[in-house]
Ligand binder design. Structure first.
Ligand code: GLV
Ligand code: MN
Length: 196
């Protein structure tokens, strides 16, 4: 849902000091075949972390050739039991395809309806409507791999637990105790898990 391009391509000069909607184009004379190819999603992500998952982002920041073209992709590796935690993309609808493994995919509507399904077969696809909170969990015994695609060069990712409990500066405890209807000790415990 990014704006349409006004030329064939505009390889992003992501280091430019100019601030525009997206990135300025690097000079045509400096464009080569390499600008249209990207190896960043070819390697398995290290899932040895709290969530047991790793999202490798193939957005415009990693792959500047996507600039102005309104698409991007991620690679998501999930260890058994691993979770790509609840998050939303403010600027894009997401679709994904399972390469291997067994995953539970779910999303929540603005009316708090939960839609989900367990995908078990290579090639099965899922859809996350723009901006809605969603997750993927590896519910199998083996590793799982999915590739996701977005209709934005930079979908943005609001990771709900980090957003609320690991922000800088942090959200006042009064806000969180009231919002979640729990004691401050519970908020402190959650914040401590994220190194806040
Ligand atoms: C998966 O939800 C992703 O954002 O890549
Ligand atoms: Mn997502």
């Amino acid at each position: 849902s990014d704006p349409d391009p006004l030329q064939d391509f505009c390889i992003g000069d992501t280091k430019s000091a100019l601030s525009v909607n997206g990135f300025p184009c690097k000079p045509a004379a400096n464009v080569s075949s390499d600008d249209f190819f990207f190896d960043g999603l070819s390697k398995e992500g290290n899932t040895n972390n709290t969530f047991g998952s790793l999202v490798n982002q193939g957005n415009v920041l990693a792959f500047p050739g996507l600039n102005t073209l309104g698409i991007s992709m991620n690679r998501v590796d999930l260890a058994p039991g691993g979770l790509n935690p609840p998050h939303s993309h403010p600027r894009a609808t997401e679709t994904g395809v399972l390469i291997y493994g067994k995953i539970l995919v779910g999303f929540l509507t603005t009316g708090n309806v939960f839609y989900s399904k367990i995908l078990t077969g290579p090639g099965q696809m899922f859809l996350i409507p723009k901006g809605l909170v969603h997750f993927q969990m590896n519910v199998g015994e083996e590793k799982a791999l999915i590739f996701t695609a977005f209709n934005s060069q930079l979908p943005g990712s609001v990771i709900v637990p980090r957003n609320l409990f690991a922000s800088k500066p942090s959200v006042p405890d009064d806000v969180l105790t009231k919002a979640f209807q729990v004691e401050k000790t519970v908020i402190d415990e959650i914040k401590s898990k994220f190194g806040a």
